[in-house]
Design a protein around this ligand. Sequence first.
Ligand code: ADP
Ligand code: MG
Length: 568
Amino acid sequence: VAEKETLGFQAEVKQLLQLMIHSLYSNKEIFLRELISNASDASDKLRFEAINNDALYGNDHELKIKVTFDKAARTITISDNGIGMSRDEAVSHLGTIAKSGTKEFFGKLSGDQQADAALIGQFGVGFYSGFIVADRITVETRRAGLDAAEGVRWESAGEGDFSVEQIDKPNRGTDIILHLREGEDEFLSSWKLKSIIRKYSDHISIPIQMQKEEWDEEKKETVVKDEWETINQASALWARSKSEITPEQYEEFYKHVSHDFSAPLTYTHNRVEGRSEYTQLLYVPSHAPFDLWDRNKRGGIKLYVKRVFIMDDAEQLMPTYLRFIKGVIDSNDLPLNVSREILQESRDVRAIREGSTKRVLGMLEDLANAEEQDKKDKYTTFWQEFGQVLKEGIGEDATNKDRIAKLLRFASTHGDSDAQTVSLADYMGRMKEGQDKIYYVTADTFQAAKNSPHLEIFRKKGVEVLLLTDRVDEWMVSFLTEFEGKELVSIAKGGLDLGKLEDEAEKQEHEKTESDYKDLVEKMKTALADKAKDVRVTFRLTDSPACLVADENELSGHLVRMLKAAGQ
Ligand code: ADP
Ligand code: MG
């Protein structure tokens, strides 16, 4: 039998604990939601592992969560009969933070309590939130499939270290025992606990039970009975009909699946019938996660098959450019023992992905085209947070390219502000008489774009130019060559043809100037032979004497600089 051992927390855990206890104190009841959420995840995991190994259930098939409290001992216990943890799992899962983005998260902490409290909300708090109300937490757990003698007791006061020892545990699963801090006795009340459970955890798909209480006339006090009642609705939220779900319930469910504290921007909930049958409940978050640009980042879609949890982060269910979408997809057609490999090949999965992509685009269009100010504001937020990712869709999703193009927003010379608010339709609505192209310029920064010498002639003629300064823009415009019959052209490339924007008199004047300067241009060509491919008289400048121009089919200066920076 292994001895009791004391181990230190990972440095980040200590930091997180400090921060959480102080900054989340005003919202301390969320500890119960987090611990119930973990119990529910543990039950999902057991159900999934048991698909191929029914023995894991033993003689206990009914998954449930129990919440009890002991007034005399001043403890609250959250118990589940889910997957449980082995000793090693307890040490690593409850002693370190494995989340991707942890590093970036800690890098962003400022020391300002209020700002940091907002950040921590975005990070998701989890198990350690128990320490907001408890000065000691005991975890007793046994992994499904292990013997009763292989139970584990993990204990910590939430400071520098924790202990682990082996114990006998008759039932599989996990008990989280919170030893309340001084002054937290308000939680030792069945009314209080029930109301928190109903508020935050109603959507949990397995029963959350508490013991019944009854007034005893003789003893003149309420006594706890040995009878259990279910506090939540205990059915999968996405399987209920829309009319039975309140906005608050949708919001709490979002927080559960996304580990996000803030409310989502919007969501869509549908049952799809026909060739392929599935339910989708998809959310657009209100802010980008820390690891939006992390290529190994997990996706946000949980896959269920007939209500059985199959896997997190089923990246095949959403195209990469929509990787920020969170939610659940529950299929009626896929086999329960579906693997990631099967998902890649499956026609059902392709149908689900196509259907879900259309839903998400529809949801974004609904915000983008809305008359209501609050929806407009939401689209502005969406664009700030996720616009750059959505742009990847122009190159990635040929089928929906036109729909995505309508969702794009740009900075332009119209407002001369770096706010990306101009749609291609706005631009077309302002096109000049005789203008048949959509003009843009790309640069590293807004300042550089705005001051580009190439813009001079356009400003003079009052022709709007889109100012593209996001990293992905150069790549994106290589796919977006046309919008509703109008060609998109870079004003920094090739022999700029202003078409009908140039009048006859100007044309004649240009031709005359060109012949006047013919000799000079020839001399310059010879002088610059190894530096410039060509030298031309230009009419695109009004104030600057000369500028560099890329060939039509060549990489622009901006892209060349980008590739150089990337070491190409
Ligand atoms: P998250 O739930 O986001 O992974 P938490 O801090 O809530 O983060 O939990 C950390 C980890 O501890 C979980 O991922 C899980 O592996 C383990 N864990 C926590 N509670 C339980 C439980 N009741 N049963 C089994 N494992 C648990
Ligand atoms: Mg959790």
